[in-house]
Design a protein around this ligand. Structure first.
Ligand SMILES: [Zn+2]
Length: 181
């Protein structure tokens, strides 16, 4: 997920671009990502990838990044380190699954590194519960609310093959249906 606020942090120091961000209509962005094996997490197989994803997210001023956004068919996403620290949660999520959504929702403008020059009001649940495996291979289940819950929903959407384009279309469709009544 891309946050407008982060534009203020852009620096002009030349950096080595480690990973290219996939953009729509790349097919990997429309695909459900494959689950990762716990043994492979424990053996450290994905440490390098997760580290590279963090770097790519920071270089591109994102607040979250899913593995298919760097061309990897894996159920992994990372979120902004500061956002994670503020909420006392990890910043890398493996095989995440949102298990509960609050009925209460709110709308906020979202952008996405994979959908350039596009911003849209997206309706999301205010609170969620998410289960996942952490970088050490330990199963965890946590609650999230507000902006963090929004980032989790945005990144989990990616791993299920959805971008904000589909979310926006869904809202438009719902509005159209309502106005036809
Ligand atoms: Zn995104």
């Amino acid at each position: 997920m891309l946050s407008r606020g982060h534009f203020s942090k852009i620096n002009f120091r030349p950096t080595l671009i480690t990973m290219e961000i996939t953009k729509i209509p790349n097919k990997i962005l429309a695909k459900k990502m494959e689950k990762v094996a716990v043994d492979d997490i424990k053996s450290g197989l994905y440490k390098g990838l997760i580290s590279d994803m963090r770097t790519a997210m920071v270089e591109n001023n994102g607040v979250g990044l899913a593995a298919n956004q760097v061309g990897k068919d894996l159920r992994i996403f990372v979120v902004d380190k500061k956002l994670a620290e503020e909420n006392n949660v990890p910043d890398a999520f493996i095989n995440p699954e949102i298990t509960e959504y609050s009925k209460e929702s709110d709308e906020m403008e979202e952008g996405c590194l994979s959908v350039p020059d596009y911003w849209a009001q997206i309706k999301r649940a205010k609170k969620i519960k998410i289960k996942f495996i952490d970088e050490n291979g330990t199963k965890q289940k946590i609650k999230a609310k507000g902006f963090l819950a929004r980032v989790f929903q945005h990144e989990t959407d990616h791993l299920n093959g959805l971008t904000i384009k589909e979310r926006t279309a869904e809202v438009r469709l719902r509005t159209d249906l309502l106005s036809n009544k």
